[in-house]
Write a protein of this length. Structure first.
Length: 362
């Protein structure tokens, strides 16, 4: 019956398409999905569902344990967990009785009622799909309902790299040696934010750093002369014993009064707490959100829009490709498994294509 309902909805959308602007087709389809949910008469008369929350909780815990054993990062595990908890919390059905129609309905609610973007919904869908695929692989379920729920078609937005002037303005927006070291390392190494904050000073060799990257894989990233100098100047001003390149403070960053009072007592600037060993945590490092906040504020002072750590990664890859670096090398430096992933990062303009055509096509 659910297949018949899907066929009816598809035919209805096709019939209405001439009267709907293209950008509203998905929204109309979501509305139809919501309005037709529950009109399966056979389901309403014959299906009695008893929800047992602990059943879902137990199977999710088992799934997360399996993913942890595969070596996934703590952040990835938490992302899976939050998506599944949200899904089952709103679904209110045992995992074994969830149908493709239930999932379509939930997706439609996310889009229409909750205003979640297509990108956000597809992220949820990907995590839920991985869970059901695991259930089928483990033979806990014979059929995977996600096989009938395709991802939403997203509107691809072009993401731009920094221009050379942007980078110089960002450099001028740094207020101390620590921030200069952060910016230069992002420009030179193309590190992900979580990779940068996890660098230890002992990992820094002559012009390179061994990174523990995504997917529990190691790779080398390289430091140019400008980054090397910035890091040396910054480290020479630190007197603490914390092993990380960018350690965290002993006091919570939100406690501005503590920082200001301590800075006044020690006659240092409040934002240069890392120069005072008594303010530096013995072991921990800053987290990704702290790094992101610092970089965004640098961008605000510099007058450059949309400054965040990941954009430096795109910028490095784009500039290297423009300079003639083979895309296979760019991909390896980024730590990508496939060139297709690398292509997403590149900001190649029509002018770049025109110049390449003039250079290589005779």
């Amino acid at each position: 019956m659910s297949d018949q309902k899907e066929k009816f909805k598809d035919e209805l959308i096709i019939a209405l398409t001439p009267f709907i602007q293209p950008e509203f087709v998905e929204a109309v389809k979501a509305k139809i999905t919501i309005l037709t949910h529950g009109y399966d008469i056979l389901k309403a008369e014959n299906e009695i569902i008893v929800y047992e929350g602990d059943v879902n909780e137990r199977i999710v815990k088992r799934y997360l344990m399996a993913k942890t054993a595969q070596g996934l990062s703590k952040r990835t595990i938490e992302y899976y967990q939050s998506s599944l908890e949200l899904f089952f919390g709103e679904m209110q059905k045992p995992f074994s009785q969830i149908t493709a129609d239930d999932i379509r309905y939930w997706i439609a609610l996310k889009l229409s009622r909750d205003g979640v973007s297509k990108v956000g919904v597809n992220n949820y869908r990907r995590n839920i799909s991985a869970f059901f695929a695991w259930l089928q692989k483990e033979e806990i379920l014979l059929k995977n309902p996600m096989n009938k729920v395709p991802p939403l078609k997203e509107t691809k937005k072009k993401k731009h790299a920094f221009e050379l002037l942007d980078l110089e303005l960002i450099r001028m927006g740094c207020r101390d040696e620590r921030q200069k070291a952060m910016v230069e390392m992002l420009i030179s190494t193309w590190c992900r934010a979580d990779e940068l904050v996890n660098i230890k000073t002992e990992d820094i060799e002559e012009g390179r750093v061994l990174i523990h990257g995504k997917g529990d894989k190691y790779r080398y990233v390289f430091i140019n002369a400008r980054a090397k100098l910035a890091v040396e100047v910054y480290l020479n001003q630190r007197k603490d014993k914390n092993p990380y390149l960018f350690p965290r403070a002993k006091y919570h960053v939100g406690n501005a009064a503590t920082y200001a009072h301590h800075a006044k007592e020690t006659e240092t600037d409040a934002w240069e707490w890392w120069k005072d060993p008594s303010m530096v945590d013995d072991e921990g490092h800053i987290d990704q959100s702290t790094l992101g906040s610092i970089i965004r504020k640098i961008g605000q002072r510099a007058g450059v829009k949309k400054v965040h750590p990941h954009r430096f990664r795109r910028t490095g890859a784009t500039m290297a490709l423009r300079a003639g670096m083979p895309i296979t090398t760019v991909s390896k430096l980024l730590g990508h498994e496939s060139i297709e992933t690398t292509q997403i990062y590149l900001d190649i303009s029509d002018k770049d294509l025109e110049q390449a055509h003039e250079k290589y096509v005779f």
